[in-house]
Design a protein around this ligand. Structure first.
Ligand code: DUC
Ligand code: ZN
Ligand code: ZN
Length: 482
């Protein structure tokens, strides 16, 4: 088994930082040692296959992106990253595990949906991967299938209060699903937006000739996120089910979560980089059809109303516990442009799986969060929330050797600059997209080396992994169950 020593770096866990050397034996962390220490009298560096000098750099647990949608069929097309391209991009950005969403729709069997996702991912992934299960048709059959997901390592399922006719569940269906969750320990993940009301508002906007991407954000008013978040919390309270609200973007929704947590309820919230950095005015409101790049749901919110600052605050105060991407990329050509003339037909989603670690590290640079909190939000809490902790989310003996060597003195320019003919020039991203939603973002740090279960898969600007390196993660129940 190959041995690697990472020496001279600052090891950052969610609990704090320490100058330490990390010894990797095969796929796992064997020891975290005082710098330069010997083991049983041996100089460790002299007895390993590879020594990585991490002097002046951070040694952090590999990122866990707990919310991705590779190849998701949506709006008459499918998300443009395959498991191969999306997980390779994840690796480039320091994310060594993803949790994607298998899909079941009305009339379909839950286990057929799960099998289809296994088929898409098996042998394709650059990093480890697990699944949540979307229940898009919560009929009696689908609900009866839920408990058996646990044996498959799928210990969380997502319901939608939005998208009537596509993924939507009504309150009665949500209630029944949560009752099962309360009995079994499954974690209910909720897309909390009032879909029926949003659809009426969207229809009225189109009738008024308001067809641009900007109006996607107007139709999906924050009131409908707050209302749905409150309703989900109340249903969770009634049933005793723990609740995890995905892609929170409205400050009022955070307030609902905070109030419920203050009452002692076991509820959690995730936000995404787009809700921390981007806005209704600047991006969705971009000239012409350009705003389509940033059409996602929940939508980007108004900066004038202060939602972005409130998301950062929630991350600091633990009113929000995690940052995932909701990575759901679509190209402009042939995909986003399906919504030219009617924003309702723009496939919803932004691609960020490659950038989450850098974007969140920038929050350390600007003083929004501390370095250990950065690790907690991007790796440790995702591991705890979704039954991976111990193997993932921490650098400690016995953990999988998923390690990122991050250079705080490095620099990353994000984007996809193009020449006058539209051909990409210079630095580009690795996601399968014809544009970047993060064009022009500059990060005061750099992902130098990425190690996945002991193998170096990214090093010094070179990809050294292979498709199929990633293994399926059979997850335990959430650590936050009470
Ligand atoms: N939101 C998105 O932006 N894309 C996929 C599904 C979702 O809920
Ligand atoms: Zn969603
Ligand atoms: Zn999603």
């Amino acid at each position: 088994m190959a041995k690697t020593l990472i020496r001279g770096g600052t090891v950052v866990n969610s609990t704090g930082t320490a100058q330490a050397d990390v010894l990797i034996d095969g796929e796992t962390v064997a020891a975290v040692l005082a710098p330069g220490s010997t083991l049983l009298g041996f100089d460790v560096a002299g007895h390993v296959d590879t020594v990585i000098d991490a002097t002046g750099r951070y040694v952090i647990p590999g990122g866990i992106d707990a919310h991705t949608h590779m190849e998701l069929p949506f709006g008459g097309t499918a998300a443009s990253d395959t498991f191969e391209t999306g997980t390779r991009a994840a690796a480039w950005g320091g994310t060594t595990s993803i949790i994607d969403f298998a899909v079941q729709r009305t009339g379909e069997k839950v286990f057929d949906g799960l099998a289809a996702w296994h088929e898409k991912a098996a042998g394709e992934c650059a990093v480890d991967y697990g699944f949540h299960q979307i229940i898009g048709g919560a009929d009696a059959d689908a609900l009866a299938a839920l408990p058996a997901l646990i044996d498959e390592g799928v210990t969380s399922f997502k319901l939608f209060m939005a998208y009537p006719g596509v993924f939507y569940s009504d309150d009665a269906q949500i209630l029944r699903a949560m009752q099962i969750a309360a009995d079994t320990g499954l974690l209910t993940m909720m897309h909390a937006e009032n879909g029926p009301v949003i659809d009426v508002l969207a229809e009225q906007l189109i009738e008024q000739g308001k067809t641009d991407p900007y109006f996607h954000g107007i139709a999906r008013a924050w009131q409908m996120e707050e209302e749905a978040t409150h309703r989900a919390i109340m249903l969770a309270h009634l049933t005793g089910a723990p609740l995890y609200v995905v892609h929170v973007s409205a400050k009022q929704a955070v307030e609902q979560l905070a109030a419920a947590r203050d009452r002692g309820q076991n509820v959690f919230g995730e936000t995404c980089p787009q809700y921390l950095y981007l806005s209704l005015e600047e991006q969705l409101g971009a000239q012409g059809f350009d705003g389509a790049k940033w059409v996602c749901s929940t939508p980007l919110r108004s900066r004038a109303e202060g939602h972005q600052d409130h998301m950062w605050q929630g991350l600091r105060t633990n009113d929000l516990q995690m940052v995932s991407t909701d990575h759901c990329p679509f190209c402009m050509k042939g995909q986003k442009e399906l919504g030219l003339g009617d924003f309702r037909n723009i496939p919803n989603g932004i691609g960020s799986v490659e950038h989450r670690m850098n974007l969140m590290y920038q929050g350390v640079v600007t003083g929004e969060i501390s370095l250990p909190r950065f690790v907690e939000l991007t790796s440790t809490t995702p591991a705890r929330m979704f039954g991976l902790y111990g193997k993932k989310g921490v650098i400690q003996p016995g953990a999988d050797a998923d390690v990122v060597i991050y250079d705080p003195n490095g620099h990353t320019s994000i984007g996809m600059p193009v020449d006058e003919s539209g051909n990409p020039t210079g630095r580009t991203h690795h996601m399968n997209m014809d544009h970047s939603a993060w064009e022009g973002f500059e990060i005061d740090g750099h992902v130098d080396t990425v190690i996945s279960r002991g193998r170096i898969i990214v090093d010094d600007g070179e990809y050294r992994g292979r498709k199929g390196d990633g293994s399926y993660l059979k997850r335990e129940l959430s650590q936050y169950l009470i």
